[in-house]
Design a protein around this ligand. Structure first.
Ligand code: ADP
Length: 269
């Protein structure tokens, strides 16, 4: 009997089969930051966020700077605690006692990576691989694959603080793949990059989705990125989801011709 892996299923079939397997779910999620020592200020970063991301989907969180996108991803990774509501991954709520088994099936790449400055690219991948509990032999071969995949081989021994912005981004993406996660959270994956490098990174993300069927939640404020990559998008403004659906659904709702126009329309509502 011939087995056909999900990676080779046509997109339409994948959508039907996986449509009912929620991977990421949030209910009434809220977060307020308090800042200032003498003058206390509060910022309502997220309010009432209800979201379901299905297996095998690339889901985009769109919104202007300060909309709450990074806060949402950080809550899903367990890096920030919400004030109210729940965030669940694979049916388990994210809490300080969140299971290691699920944690090892996810990873996140930040558009503004903040890695130890003195480690080289290769050392960084080893460091994070060990943190994720990747067995050493597997780690070595995955590290080499990622250096090739993200075109970092020539800079493998370069220290982090000596890398160009584009290579820092590639390293952030490589780090997020070191444990071969099923669930990938990408925070502004092409922030501040030249158009040709952004294009290459988008191609890599699409390939990860199509060939390895990873579930990807990405944030961006570049409409082109959302247009090229996402199956569905949620538009966030001042911490609230104000629209959610496929590109076609959102364009019909806002009566706009493309994502750029749709973004402007929603941002000014
Ligand atoms: P985005 O990723 O969409 O740019 P963020 O999630 O980073 O938005 O921020 C949402 C809001 O929360 C912004 O108004 C930001 O200034 C505020 N914020 C983020 N982090 C903190 C923090 N640690 N302390 C106080 N305010 C914060």
């Amino acid at each position: 009997m011939m087995h056909v892996t999900a990676a080779f299923w046509p997109e339409r079939i994948k959508r039907i089969v996986f449509a009912s397997i929620p991977i990421i779910e949030t209910h009434s999620l809220a977060k307020t930051y308090a800042s200032g020592v003498f003058r206390r200020r509060t910022t309502q970063a997220l309010t009432d966020i209800d979201l379901v991301v299905q297996k095998g989907e690339i889901f985009g969180i769109l919104g202007p700077n300060g909309a709450g996108k990074s806060t949402l991803l950080n809550i899903l990774m367990g890096l920030i605690t919400p004030d109210a509501g729940t965030a669940c991954i694979l049916g388990e709520c994210v809490t300080p006692r969140f299971s290691q088994a699920i944690k090892r099936r996810m990873n996140m790449s930040s558009g503004n990576p903040n890695f130890p400055w003195c480690l080289s690219v290769r050392e960084m991948l080893t460091f994070y691989g060990l943190l994720y509990g990747v067995p050493l032999k597997e780690l070595r071969s995955r590290q080499e694959d990622l250096l090739s995949l993200l075109e970092l081989r020539d800079n493998a021994d370069t220290r982090y603080d000596e890398l160009s912005t584009g290579n820092k981004q590639r390293l952030a993406l490589a780090k997020s793949l070191i444990n071969d996660p099923d669930i990938l959270l990408l925070d502004e994956p092409t922030l501040g990059l030249d158009p040709d490098i952004s294009q290459k990174i988008r191609r890599r993300i699409r390939a990860l989705h199509q060939e390895q069927n990873k579930t990807i939640l990405l944030t961006t404020h570049y409409m082109k990125e959302a247009e090229e990559l996402c199956d569905r998008v949620a538009f966030i403004k001042t911490g609230r989801i104000i629209a959610l659906g496929t590109r076609e659904e959102l364009q019909a709702m806002t009566k706009t011709r493309d994502m750029e126009e749709m973004f402007l329309e929603l941002a000014h509502q």
